[in-house]
Design a protein around this ligand. Sequence first.
Ligand code: NAD
Length: 490
Amino acid sequence: MMDFEEIYGHVPADLAGWIADLSLAMTIDGADADPDGVQDVIHACDERLIARSPDAGARHVDAAVAAARAAFPGWAATPWAQRRAMLEAFADALWAARAPLALLIGAEAGRPLRRALSEVVFAVGYIRTLAAQTLAEVPYQVAGMQARLVHRPLGVVGAIAPWNGPVILAAAKIANALLSGDTMILRPSPFTPLSALMLGRIGRGIFPRGVFNVITGDADVGAAMTTHPGIAKISFTGSTATGRVIAAAAAPTLKRLTLELGGNDAAIVLPDADIDLLCDTLYRTSFENAGQFCACIKRLYVHEAVRDAVVAGLTQRLAAARIGPCLDPATTMTPVQNRKQFERVWGLIDDAAVRGGTILSGGERLDRGLFIPPTLFMGVGHGVALVDEEQFGPVLPILPFRDVEAALADANSGEMGLGGSVWTADVERGLALAGRMECGTAWVNQHGAFTAALPMPFAKQSGIGMDYAHYGVAEHSRPMLLNVRVPVAG
Ligand code: NAD
């Protein structure tokens, strides 16, 4: 595996020049597509312009749909094992391109290179795991009939992605759609288009023309996909607010939907919890990536008995965080990815401070791009936006409790239900409590631990459908019943 030092050897002195030399373009029908215009791509660490990405119009959506539809019959008829082999070759090619891909992620998403490289490593692993899935036929025997449920591809999938995991989230969508025999159009976030354009280019050498198309542009490009009659399914990852808009837009054509939406995950910390383990996990998942992870702890319910120990452990770790340029090896703390999100997070911090919250750590404005110091709050409760809404930034409210039933009721309040966790030395007790959390995944003594080998369900308004394991592939297929009449003897 390429190690840390090796990738730092690839950082170009002239980042914008290096990206321009890549000549990244949209991929439609296996070839470059000329855009209608260009969009600025900003480096999140210092807001400098690093690239201009292609801006698609309605004609590109139509052309990509036409190419994907034309490619569909051939791809659907390609044996499962061959589609799997091509996905494995795609994973190998991503692995070979891990240095430039990690650089593009670091530059456009504002991610320390170490984390950008691990995103590529995980993406490769996700594709390999998902490519290994199968969809078994289910036989049924009833009087006078012999039936079996089989799976058929859906047609063209429109995949719409957010900016917080531009390669890993795209990789899962690609594997799900292409393994099941669908063709697809990937449309990344306009904040992070570069790595997706590179995925499109890599795919050209592996998949038949039209099977995997990549177009970039504003929200109206995504919106055009959600209403397009030639698209059978939308696979979307993003906020709950956009998910609602997409569900409404897709309704007239009754598109299949997988919606992976926002979260406001609660963790309940019991008096016998391993505080070091909790603080290490919180630092890694909720802060290093500036809180821009769908399933990180966003509300921390801590028993009074361990409140001071948790505050001390977290404060100590946050003080050691290194805020700096993304591509500097010493940097450990990521900025918020874009100015809109930056302003929103500051709005939540200012509001919580005005509403009586006490800042335990961080909270001061920095004169450095879109960096927000990791900030801990106490003294705010439900009714304050920082607690009620997904912050998606490096700020965490600590909510002390005495009564665990009251903490569970609070944790279950609200419209989100992505993840939750219980922290305790008593795993049986933890499991019993976790099982009563209203969320898709409830962890005990861990949080945000995902792998493509395990299903990812959603509760309440955190999503519709289920991803990963064989479920993601199944969701990109249509079940079909084949039913033969069997004459009944006598
Ligand atoms: P967002 O909803 O603002 O945007 C997501 C994508 O949708 C972007 O590409 C955007 O351009 C596009 N879009 C916007 N309006 C559209 C429309 N009307 N039709 C079609 N597409 C449209 O989300 P974001 O800010 O990019 O991402 C952060 C959100 O994503 C957070 O809420 C986070 O929790 C969520 N997320 C969820 C998961 C999960 O697996 N559940 C994973 C990662 C991120």
